[in-house]
Write a protein of this length. Structure first.
Length: 331
């Protein structure tokens, strides 16, 4: 199929042609739910090393379209030579209804639903979708040994000093973190943020629950499906393609990202919440020691003793949710 048809099919969560192609090539293929594809090699012979298990997720936020195009092109290239796939692969298209409507979410942020503690949000459409995704993920990552990686591909709402960056759960073991840092830098990801907070995100879920080497990777800004400039992400796409075809997680190039660590999590505590900068403020904008970050009726957030950089500032989240991260430079 053409790349345009492949993008349309993935955005519509239609894996029928891809599933048929890989099944005929000898793979065990499953479609456990709409928008979820699993392609697994037949049972390895005794003594044969387990293949890398790679999870690629896109569309967890429905208006983040560039990763949908990137993964669609990668799948379409493998569609022509399915025997080149050297990993066990799971592809998840996240918030299907939001993608159709071109919205971030329908009822609530899907990337805050990968937890058993949802409170009043348990009845939302996104909670039901998260349950489906978590069951499929458990089946994929729970099937035998082998290295597990998860790349949750997003795009940022705001412009950024680093057009591509990734948030990495600090719970990942040191060896896996080092491998991921090398891979991210080689894949053209400019910055890596270590987050010790236990966030209810998809990548934090796979890292915590299954020991996956996982990250939330931000590729540019929100754009219209089919109109994204994918040249910006050519190195990232090439690095993912190399992983798919080699079954290895070696660095694609010898480049390391800048490393940051979360210093503060800014939580919206009341409807009176406001941030001390406007909506044009870019990700990784530096704030000097003592500067005010945000305030609401419960108090004020200020920068500590070292320069902090603001990431994901969003005053429009629900009360009780994260409205931004403040990070410090480590490397």
């Amino acid at each position: 199929m053409s790349d345009l048809d492949a993008v349309k099919a993935l955005a519509e969560a239609d894996f029928s042609d891809v599933a048929d192609r890989f099944s005929k090539a000898g793979f065990a293929v499953q479609l456990p739910a709409k928008g979820i594809l699993q392609i697994v090699s037949r049972a390895p012979e005794q003594g044969q090393q387990r293949r890398l298990r790679l999870l690629l997720s896109v569309g967890v936020h429905g208006d983040e379209t560039a990763p949908i195009e990137v993964v669609a092109h990668l799948l379409n290239a493998l569609f022509k030579t399915p025997q080149d796939l050297q990993t066990d692969l799971m592809v998840v298209v996240g918030n299907l209804d939001a993608i159709v409507q071109g919205k971030r979410f329908i009822d609530a942020d899907l990337n805050r639903m990968f937890t058993d503690e949802r409170g009043a949000l348990q009845a939302t459409a996104e909670a039901a979708r998260a349950d489906i995704i978590m069951r499929a993920t458990a089946a994929f990552f729970g099937a035998g040994g082998g290295e597990k990686w998860h790349l949750d591909l997003h795009t940022a709402i705001r412009k950024s000093h680093y057009p591509t960056f990734a948030v990495v759960p600090a719970v990942i073991a040191s060896r896996g973190r080092q491998a991921l840092m090398a891979w991210l830098g080689g894949a053209g990801i400019g910055a890596m943020i270590l987050n010790s907070q236990l966030a209810p995100t998809y990548s934090a879920y796979t890292a915590t629950k299954f020991g996956a080497v996982a990250c939330t990777a931000e590729l540019g800004q929100i754009g219209v499906l089919g109109q994204n400039d994918l040249n910006q992400f050519a190195v990232t796409a090439a690095a993912i393609d190399a992983m798919l075809r080699s079954g290895a997680t070696l660095a694609f190039r010898r480049v390391l990202p800048h490393v940051f660590e979360v210093e503060q999590e800014i939580v919206k505590r009341s409807d009176d919440f406001s941030m001390s900068f406007d909506r044009s403020t870019e990700n990784f904008t530096p704030l000097q020691p003592g500067a005010e970050i945000a305030r609401d009726s419960t108090g004020t957030y200020v920068v500590g003793a070292a320069t902090e950089y603001v990431v994901f500032p969003n005053p429009d989240v629900r009360v009780g949710q994260r409205a931004g991260l403040m990070v410090v430079r480590r490397l």
